[in-house]
Ligand binder design. Structure first.
Ligand code: NAI
Length: 686
């Protein structure tokens, strides 16, 4: 092997030059990689005894992406388009040998080659749009020449990773190496290259035609999923340009837009989140546990959450034993599970055979003895300490030594729950979100006595379920619900002062929340928080400002969507709630009762105060150590509460806003919120 740069080497294989990229762990496309490939191509051009080349990654993957850390700074030459230009200009064919993943710039590099050979299971894709940018090295132009405009819009805008077999069917790759007779990717690629008679540049292809309706449908779907972000619009426009503009002009414009977005706020926020998500999956520094093996998992309670959790477990391949109270509850739970999978089949998301295999993985009953050999049990019974006590005493008596005892409680004290057992070290909180099969966030709660192994097992389960874990210390509402509670309270203050639910919701949805707080409350039901407020009534500071409007709604039986009315009216079949005069009257009455003179509240103030309340609470819980890292708050809010991804989370928002503006926001918040407001110090965040 001859060294070209510290990250690239070359070797002859007959008359084929093998260019080996060696930049562990993911062979990221850094400066030294680009320079090395460029120089290797010059060697290929200059050496008359070579007739082709293969580019391959050392280890387990091709170039699985660009080095994101380089993206915030000016990029050094040579940049990727120059490398790809050289690949296309050299007169001899170059084959990309793909394994592991070829993503982003790595996939663009492969598309600049004359052919692509992949091992089965290799993933290819363009994640740039999901990182706030657009592809910048020809992805929009070359992929479109292979798959057509409609499919390219879908792939570019979603960032979907497609596996080798699908990529082959789409014409994105040319061959899948047969693992049975030849697991050696390099040898297959070299053979493929040696058999090529000339160049086969993707740039010379014409875009396969698509029906205008298909392009239109792909455009609308991408804009909707991309929440109309400007980079999504430009990505669509660039893909369409592949069919109408000369390629060099189109590539130049693509690069220009890429450079523009690369240094933009969305991209910075999404890069922050990319790293924050990876960090959040790691245990805190002081916890070095070993995850215990999980094969069979028990679930106690098969209501909304228990059934949802059982579904997640079964779909991840675990055997599930679900214990309910009695025959009737068992039947309800079975029906709930059956309906879930039947719905998936009806929607075409799952075939009938797989659905029944999943359903067969969950054994539902009411006999506690069936839990004797589970590796973990997750409790999801009523949110009531007496119910939790009963369940944890029985779990302690039933489960084998070494099994993990988990609770899905939303607000209750995990240490108290653990104290009902003789093995508090094995007790951990696993706080799923509703609906469990859909929501990505999983708060892994570390009680005072939770062992490092139990914590590690919770994190390992999250990975197995493809959830996003965030570790929280045991405290009221953990991370997410505690912040959400402060946010919702602030929004209720705004109602008392002059705003209406529809205005607050609209302002926060315009900011980017998937749904405003009052629509969220109607969707999930007002009664959960109502019960929590009642339970805490005795310990509440009697002088603190308290908005009772939601209590009045609950007393009137307005519990949200499920009762046809809550903060809004919900006529049968309507997708959105309808503003209700009765609610407005209740709000005006509440203001009058407190002697508050209602005033016009503008949308800016709504966003400033709602976000300020989130940031204030976040700074307190980071200072208290409830969250391990400030960035964990961002991960929790984005994955569990519909906070806009492209803002990067509330902490990232606070950093962008800057210390001075933030200090002014919190002054305003303190003054407007009145008694009971406890100010945090956002210095821990920014
Ligand atoms: P749910 O009322 O829908 O279901 C509770 C189930 O537990 C019922 O089916 C009941 O029959 C069963 N159950 C009660 N006592 C039992 C016992 N001793 N043995 C076996 N089964 C028993 O309640 P949901 O909403 O599923 O909540 C369950 C837990 O999850 C609560 O702690 C709640 O705070 C928490 N949670 C709820 C979320 C939500 O949005 N609903 C979100 C996250 C957590």
């Amino acid at each position: 092997m001859q060294t070209v740069t510290d990250k690239v080497g070359v070797e002859r294989d007959g008359d084929v030059l093998v260019i080996l990229i060696d930049n562990p762990p993911i062979n990221a496309g850094s400066l030294s990689v680009r320079r090395g490939v460029l120089e290797s191509i010059a060697m290929l051009a200059d050496d008359a005894t070579l007739r082709a080349a293969v580019i391959i990654g050392r280890g387990t993957t091709f170039v699985a992406g660009s080095d994101l850390r380089e993206f915030g700074k000016p990029l050094e030459e040579p940049q990727l388009p120059a490398v790809i230009r050289a690949l296309e200009t050299v007169a001899k064919p170059v084959v990309a040998a793909l394994h592991g993943a070829a993503l982003g710039g790595g996939f663009e590099l492969a598309l600049g080659c004359d052919a692509r050979v992949a091992l089965p299971g290799t993933l290819v894709g363009l994640p740039e749009v999901s990182l706030g940018m657009i592809p910048g090295a020809g992805g929009t132009q070359r992929l479109t020449r292979l798959v057509g405009v409609a499919r390219s819009i879908q792939l570019v805008c979603s960032g979907e990773r497609i596996a080798a077999d699908k990529a082959l069917a789409l014409g994105v790759i040319d061959a899948v190496a047969d693992p049975s007779d030849d697991a050696d990717l390099r040898a297959s690629a070299v053979r493929f290259a040696a058999g090529m008679t000339g160049k086969r540049r993707v740039r010379d292809l014409t875009v396969p035609p698509d029906a205008p309706e298909a392009i239109d449908a792909a455009t609308q779907a991408a804009l909707k999923a991309g929440r109309g972000r400007p980079n999504v619009r430009d990505a669509i426009e660039r893909v369409k340009a592949a069919a109408s503009e000369p390629i060099d002009a189109a590539l130049a414009r693509e690069r220009e837009l890429f450079q523009h977005y690369r240094i933009g706020e969305d991209a910075a926020a999404l890069r922050h989140l990319f790293f924050a998500e990876r960090e959040a999956g790691k245990p805190p520094e002081d916890a070095n546990g070993e995850a215990r093996a999980l094969r069979r998992v028990g679930v106690i309670g098969g209501g909304t959450m228990g059934a949802g959790i059982a579904i997640c477990l079964a779909e991840a391949g675990l055997d599930v034993v679900l214990v309910e109270r009695d025959e009737a509850a068992v039947n309800d739970c079975r029906a709930r599970l059956h309906e879930h999978w039947a719905g998936r089949v009806r929607a075409g998301r799952c075939n009938a055979e797989r659905a029944s295999a999943f359903e067969a993985k969950v054994a539902v009953g009411y006999d506690w003895a069936s839990l004797a050999d589970v590796d973990m049990a997750i409790e999801a019974v009523f949110e009531d300490m007496a119910a939790k006590e009963d369940v944890f005493r029985r779990l302690d008596a039933t489960l084998r030594p070494g099994a993990i005892l988990a609770s899905n409680t939303s607000y209750l004290d995990l240490d108290t729950i653990a104290s009902f057992t003789d093995r508090p070290g094995d007790v951990v909180g696993l706080h799923f979100f509703s609906p469990a099969p859909v929501m990505k966030l999983l708060e892994v709660v570390r009680g005072t006595h939770t062992s490092d192994d139990a914590l590690a097992t919770g994190l390992a389960l999250a990975r197995k379920l493809k959830k996003q874990p965030v570790v929280a210390r045991n405290a009221f509402g953990f991370i997410g619900n505690r912040i959400y509670d402060a946010y919702r309270r602030q929004c209720e203050f705004l109602l008392e002062e002059g705003a209406l639910p529809q205005q607050v919701d609209a302002a926060l949805e315009t900011f980017g929340f998937a749904m405003g707080p009052f629509s969220v409350a109607d969707l999930s039901g007002l009664d959960i928080a109502w019960r929590m407020r009642q339970a805490r009534a005795a310990s509440r500071d009697p002088n603190a400002r308290y908005v009772a409007i939601a209590d009045r709604l609950c007393e009137q039986g307005r519990l949200g969507r499920k009762t046809g009315a809550g903060w809004y009216r919900h006529p049968e079949g309507a997708r959105r709630g309808v503003p209700d005069d009765a609610v407005q009257a209740l709000i005006i009455e509440a203001s009058a009762a407190k002697g508050i003179e209602r005033r016009a509240v503008d949308d800016d103030e709504i966003v400033r105060r709602a976000l300020g309340a989130i940031v204030n609470e976040a700074s307190k819980l980071v200072a208290e150590g409830v969250a391990t890292r400030a960035s964990d708050v961002d991960v929790a809010m984005v994955h569990g509460y519909g906070f806009p991804r492209w803002v990067g989370g509330p902490v990232q928002w606070a950093r962008q806003r800057g210390r001075e503006a933030l200090a002014r926001d919190l002054d305003e918040l303190a003054e407007r919120s009145g008694a009971g407001f406890v100010r945090g110090d956002p210095a821990v965040l920014v």
